[in-house]
Design a protein around this ligand. Sequence first.
Ligand code: ZN
Length: 461
Amino acid sequence: MKLQAFSVFLTLAVVANAQNLKARHDRVVHKRQALTSPSVSHSGTTHSTTTTAAATHSVSLVPAAAAGTGVPPIESISSGMPTQATLPVSGTFTPGATPPVSGAPVLPTPFVFKPADWPPQDRVAPVDSSEVAEWLKELEGHNIPALAPTVDGSCAGDPVAAADAANRGWWTCGGHTRATDVLACPDKLTWGVSFDDGPSPYTQKLLNFLSEKDINATFFVVGSRVIERPQLLLEEYMRGHEISVHTWSHRPLTSLTTEQVVAELGWTRKAIKTVLGVTPTTMRPPFGDIDDRVRAISLAMGMVPILWTSSPATGPFDTFDWKVAAGLVKGPQSFNTFQAILGNASTLNTGFIVLQHDLYEITVDMAVGHTLTAALTHNPALNLQAIGKCMKWPTGNLYLETNTNATFPTKGVDTDGDGVIETHGKTGQSSNGSNNNGAGFVAVPFFTVAGAMAVIATLLS
Ligand SMILES: [Zn+2]
């Protein structure tokens, strides 16, 4: 289990190799390759037994790929499989067009990439810029816990931080959550659909499928990808999907300094705003790596952290698409794992948020041909929605320019896990202050569902 978080990062490194990409996205993890272990969860929580058991299920559970999707049968999906031509971006949406978000500004002039305007791609954004200095002012007056950065965002890499994980509210290490975390859709049998790490050359195929099936999703986009493929971000937004921040260089945020976290979030937010004209009010930390310091920074900058569902009964709602791309498992195993987890969804009193990726061809194929198809034919029926929608937030809440809700996002973090938000202006919280939630419960959650899941996660740890 100590190797678990290491393995998460390693796995992603293997993904990049398997896809013969430059591995820029996951460069940080290559050095850990010698420690890889396939028996872990991307979520950083502890559910490998669920995975193992489910992987032994019969392949006969697996349906054929959706007709007309061009996706191979699940039996032939594996790392190294032949690739297909990517689809051209439709490029339908032009400056001045009206977005499907009430009150949002019309689309800005077309994005023109100038390297001098942006930090180097896929590297931790530098902190010595006037932009970062300006964004740091957003933290003034907020209670940012004085937690030292973790060594590398993993339990194994930082035993001292790991021993303090409950106090830190560290999700990677023990699944600790806080009341401000979004962890599940409130309504039973509702699937919060999300795709991370794009836009990629395969995103268009996914977008076409989602349109055909009338499904909306939340896209957690990487700033370095946004400036590469602005037209795809426009497609996502204009087709009614929700856009959220997933950092500039996709590093584990707990391992970065406060200034670096601000730079990672700030540049991504700026890239999205430049392309779309709107600024997201939500974010997802890469690898789900969040603690109270990262939460407080995100909320001070106006972004609500969104993770994904995990519970002792169901395991993480992770499609494990990344394991296929990494060559760790083949399509049928991944799909059956997911099918088993999905079967447990009906045991939850809430809905759930599912982790998927649109960075690789294999992960898009898994979604288009198999997991989303299974969801659409699931019995009992599932309601697939973007996360803001399933949370019943007014759509305007999702962007700074359209948000009229003064309490969204909440200003402050429930750093002691008692369910009460330590709000703007409160000072004195520190890394080893009186905020130990070792009693094993979280009370009076700000988001009811988040609180319920927090209880589960705390009991897990
Ligand atoms: Zn990611």
